[in-house]
Design a protein around this ligand. Structure first.
Ligand code: ZN
Length: 227
């Protein structure tokens, strides 16, 4: 279906683009991102199955090829969140040379949250951290940075990636600068270094800090008590 520029979905993505470029200090967008929105799930599924045979079924996709950066989805109750997520991938790939998988997903999860709710955090991921910590899990950026196939990423990996990004953007200038400088390096490099090395140097207490940060988010979640 064709949406005109006044459509609320289009407007939201324009807003997201502004917010993302301002937050991440990205260079000017090099390549456009085309958004293909199907009016119903059946035609979306049919198109995706016949066009991209190897993709597991999901509500939305970003596919970047040398020919085009494209977002695919359909009108559903989650369409805004889905489009914010996939469009974030598109914007990152449209302005950087490469984006490591964990960071690509962490930023997409960060920007998929509805920006109209002040102080909103990703409630699902905050709960996942809580569950994980009860199982004696702890975050491991070293491991996360080694992931290279999105099919291997679990919900917990998505939650962890979101947690690192939220911690780095929302805690201090030091943590934010590590992320921003890392992103600046991706403007020119196709083989990104590990971010962990610069984070360790800039913020030696990062390991305890990221966990304390997400615990603080748990305590500010209104849904916390009922779950
Ligand atoms: Zn994604």
């Amino acid at each position: 279906m064709k949406l005109d520029s006044g459509n609320v979905l289009v407007q939201e993505l324009e807003d997201l683009r502004e917010r993302l470029f301002a937050t991440l200090h990205l260079p000017e967008q090099r390549d456009p991102v085309n958004v293909y929105l199907f009016s119903d799930e059946a035609s979306y599924r049919y198109y995706m199955n016949t066009t991209w045979q190897n993709l597991p079924p999901r509500r939305a996709y970003f596919v970047g090829t040398t020919r085009e950066l494209a977002v695919y989805s359909f009108l559903s109750s989650k369409v805004q969140e889905d489009l914010r997520h996939e469009f974030t991938h598109g914007l990152l790939h449209g302005s950087l040379k490469t984006v490591p998988l964990w960071l690509d997903e962490g930023l997409a999860e960060y920007f998929e949250v509805n920006p109209d709710i002040p102080g909103a955090v990703h409630a699902e991921h905050v709960r996942e951290w809580e569950t994980a910590q009860q199982e004696n899990w702890s975050p491991n950026l070293f491991r996360l940075e080694m992931l290279s196939d999105f099919r291997d990423m679990t919900q917990r990996d998505y939650a962890e990636a979101w947690g690192w990004v939220h911690y780095m953007l929302q805690t201090s200038d030091e943590t934010a600068n590590v992320l921003l400088q890392y992103l600046a390096g991706l403007e020119t490099s196709r083989t990104p270094p590990r971010m962990l090395t610069s984070l360790e140097t800039a913020v030696p207490t990062y390991f305890n800090d990221v966990q304390a940060h997400v615990v603080r988010m748990q305590n500010t979640q209104p849904s916390h008590a009922s779950r």
